[in-house]
Design a binder for this molecule. Sequence first.
Ligand SMILES: Nc1nc2c(c(=O)[nH]1)N(C=O)[C@@H](CNc1ccc(C(=O)N[C@@H](CCC(=O)O)C(=O)O)cc1)CN2
Ligand SMILES: Nc1nc2c(ncn2[C@@H]2O[C@H](COP(=O)(O)OP(=O)(O)OP(=O)(O)O)[C@@H](O)[C@H]2O)c(=O)[nH]1
Ligand SMILES: [Mg+2]
Length: 458
Amino acid sequence: MGKITFEVMKKTVEQTIVAPATPHGTSALAVIRVSGPETRSILRKMFHCESPTPRMATLAVARHPETQKKLDSLLYIFYAAPNSYTGEDSLELFPHGNPLIVRSLIDAMCSLENVRIAYRGEYTKRAFLNGKMDLVQAESVADVIHSQTLSALDNAHKLLSGKFSKDVHELAHKLKDISARIELEVDFVEEEADPDFAGWKDRFSEIQEKVKDLIRHFKNSGAINKKPRIVLYGAPNAGKSSLLNALLKENRVLVSDIPGTTRDFIEVSLPLPSGEATLIDTAGIAEVAQNALDERSMEKSVEAIESADLAICLVDATQANTAEAQKQIAEAKEKGHWIVYSKIDLAGNAPIPSDVTLTLSSKAGTGLSELVQMLDKALFPEGETSDEYWITSERECAALREADAGLDRIQTLLDTNPAVELIAFELRSVANSLAEIVGEISSEDVLQTIFNGFCIGK
Ligand SMILES: Nc1nc2c(c(=O)[nH]1)N(C=O)[C@@H](CNc1ccc(C(=O)N[C@@H](CCC(=O)O)C(=O)O)cc1)CN2
Ligand SMILES: Nc1nc2c(ncn2[C@@H]2O[C@H](COP(=O)(O)OP(=O)(O)OP(=O)(O)O)[C@@H](O)[C@H]2O)c(=O)[nH]1
Ligand SMILES: [Mg+2]
């Protein structure tokens, strides 16, 4: 499908859309969103409200437009175009959170002419088409909703607030600036010397560096939402399972004084101050396996350690001076793992070597809050103050790569004393790639793909 500008598509929006904005199910309240030209007539026919005050929460009885049957008593807020999320007349209903009520309100509204259920992402699509946000921001709305970690959420908020959009606009502006200079220079030097190709190359390089930098800041949503993995390992009986229980403040996994209690590794979610981590308890690793099952358990522990973002070698403080423990500590140190002494309540006043990250007792509860703080700091280092952001959309990254390729072609052209028309042609293609990112140029099928990934009601 060819590319059309959003000026053309704007005219295709005329139906009024309705959808629940909250999940299906029983809750204290539900939210229903309405947007489009029939909004005021819905208020008239169902709420007997002739001239709504915009942005004021109003208590009213909702009635069926035909039968006048009472559907619920609820609060609503009316938004007058263009001062709404979508830029159209909009309405939010806050009924009691009974799915029967939600259903009957939506059915009642959809019985009116030109009112229908919204497609996925249609509110945000309309917000985009009405110029309320650009395409990067529209895509980031889905990230804001689906972020699984606080850092992913922080990033999504940066994209929604337009940090990336601003950088794209700055690049587009610089490109325009060069185009203008090139045209000027070409007119000027026409009969005399060659144009200043070397000077142009530098300016293009500067832009291309920034484009490449943005491409490096791409992380797909799987990667950005990945919970960091903390693996607890160590000798049998070191106290790994006890530590997991102590960190979770519940008896989640089996603990006993029999070495080899844990067999399979066990993954649990560990909430830390800045986000969730996955905590993995493993079977103890002994110097020699007692049997085939023991051997298999230990292999699985090693697999788990290899998957770790942070591995903690837990050492029973009362056993720390044995040859076996010393060997394990040396290996752990080599691999950059943390060395943590457990059962410190039993250790007396024995000196603690300086390479020990931390000492704790799951039984007495000492050292646990320090461990939580250290884990938090190590796994969630970036503060919200950083200006850095990750691009999470494949589409946006692909457009950046196209821009990069176009800039490559321009650089090659400039090496061969080109016709200026050729450069101008490539310049337009780079400018188009940048315009596609923020959606200044877009096609209906691209929009379709983007907004189909959204929830109903968003
Ligand atoms: N009740 C409610 N809460 C919500 C939303 C919503 O649509 N409704 N949002 C939906 O995502 C998010 C907030 N985002 C919003 C963005 C713009 C506008 C809006 O009305 N914009 C108008 C007026 C701006 C103003 O008064 O400053 C505009 O842009 O013209 C509303 C919500 C989260 N919470
Ligand atoms: N005094 C004291 N005992 C502890 C502490 N932590 C664990 N223990 C005891 O040490 C024994 C082994 O604890 P577990 O947590 O099962 O050890 P593990 O490392 O998971 O052992 P395996 O699963 O067999 O590898 C149990 O009897 C615990 O009660 C502690 O901080 N202080
Ligand atoms: Mg265990």
